[in-house]
Design a protein around this ligand. Sequence first.
Ligand code: ADP
Ligand code: ZN
Length: 668
Amino acid sequence: MYRHTTPEGRPVTLATPALHNDPLIETLSTVFGYREFRSHQRPIIEHLIGGGNAFVLMPTGGGKSLCYQIPALHRPGTAVVVSPLISLMKDQVDALRANGVAAACLNSSLDQGSAAAVLRDLAAARLDLLYVAPERLMMRGMLDTLQSVPLALFAIDEAHCVSQWGHNFRPEYVALGDLRRLFPAVPLIALTATADDQTREDVRERLGLADDPIFVAGFDRPNIRYTVAEKTKAPQQLEEFLRYHRGEAGIVYCLSRKRVEQVASRLQALGVPAAAYHAGLPSAERDRVQDAFQRDELHVVVATVAFGMGIDKPDVRFVVHYDMPKNIEGYYQETGRAGRDGLPAEALCLFGLQDAVTARALIENGENPEQVRIEIHKLNAMIAFAEATTCRRRVLLGYFGETLAEDCGNCDVCLDPPDLYDATIDAQKALSAAYRTGERFGAGHVIDVLRGSATEKVLQWGHEELSVFGVGADRTGDEWTSVLRQLIHRGYLRQDIAAYSALKLTEAARPILRGTEALLLARHRKPARNKAGTRVRGDVPSSRPGYASGPGAGAGADATGPAVPDADLFEHLREIRRAIAAEQSVPAYVVFADRSLMEMASRKPASEDELLACHGVGAAKLERYGLQFLAAIAEWVAAPEDPGANAPADPATGASADPAQTAERPDA
Ligand code: ADP
Ligand code: ZN
């Protein structure tokens, strides 16, 4: 019953007559431009179309929206979608309209006239989907209106917000518990990406879904490469990492607002299109940053955890944790914002000696002892993940109760296994240095003593006289940091937060010092560069054209990846997309996703049919943007001998990009 219309309301005639005898695939391809369902989508869609209720647990980027959008088009009446975030609603509605679906939203950002128009469309059954904020939905008048129009279904997005156990409880969500009672005949689907059991059961209970099926889609995000690097010189590490991700969209998370501002201005000084985002900024500025990011005008957002809930951008290529997050739930949710499009993406976490201490201190400041206990437990799990010497993905999925049949092959541990060595002597030196200096000093001073640095502080305390002074001169400061960090996390040393993080020995240190126990530690690895940069890129090129076939591409990526796209053409198409997005004030991906442009850049479609065969090109987008993109491609194909004319100049040499090398280069 869906209407093929352009956003302006013109009916769309399909360039190819529908050849499918599967109506769901038909909708998937003509409306959304996708070829096939991801494995978990179809059962949910069929269940809902059949009138069933469902609770869906699926990781971010898993493809939750289609689970209710397709049933919305296949059931009579309007589907009502409850979503907590106004910005997210708007983007979803823009994206649906660009696909020719009759969608609208009702929330506090609408003026009276527009809201009245939406209500008229609703009453006249002209809407396939209506997005509405929870408090608005549960208003008396709204409920009455809804009782009088045919409804296809209710979808509750971010359903964990209904539970106090969840990490984002929203009181206005509680009232949604009445929906089942008020609309017993309308199917209800609740969706969330949060995993823990208690929240899950609580949400089902509150929404009246306790007897309905749960659909759980695997939590693995195989296209994301997880890397944890020892934090040595964070600014340089970040800079190095970004050098390999120039021109790509990414988020850098920091723990404090101050840090956010520092990092953002440093990046700006380096010429990176970056901006800061945190809750302390005026809301106009936050909106500006979010919009610019969505529209591809801003590449890097440096942010506190306040940034992200409203981000639906599918082509975020990397997420960096400049500081270690406080728990795995947060870490997984934040890293999950990378690579929603299923293309390879990177998650880099810098883990420093001080991070765990700072996080612990913050938590221990809490009022509620029970809460403190839970949070410390979660922090410990996070530290164990960061310290892991086995496949990171196994640790992560294990935390969410899933097991992997084999190591993932796409994390830093798998790609570059740590080298364990007999560190008994190193440990003895480090423990003695902490002990001989009176267990009153932090890691920096202990390392100075070990390495024989006659700093002012060393001289002031006469530590150059100690027998341990200089016993570790053969190792670098970073190597000693690594040893100390491992000794702390394995419980041989303890950092006394109350006393400037002084290192104190624990009971467990005795047998090591006495030499009755040996100790294996991981050899210090060079920071991020190797792992997230050059070496690995050679194996699995990252995030630029031509790399959709790496081991990481499996995820949400769809079966047929592009061949090798023409990188310059891809850039050219991105430019066109950027201009259209700016002109229409929509996020760039609403026009076309990166994946669509990549397929265009590799297949170089010459006809409407060929364009329709590209990922994400449905009838409405063909009608709307088809000519423009086909013309650009035709022009490009006609003048292939002069790609330099369109390719951006190489900033390093000032020369035009060499087309033969562009695909290899970190940036074009
Ligand atoms: P979630 O809400 O679960 O985070 P989305 O619904 O936003 O995920 O989907 C994530 C991305 O995957 C979007 O870019 C979406 O268009 C794409 N996607 C979803 N299902 C499919 C599919 N069957 N084929 C191709 N792309 C898909
Ligand atoms: Zn792995």
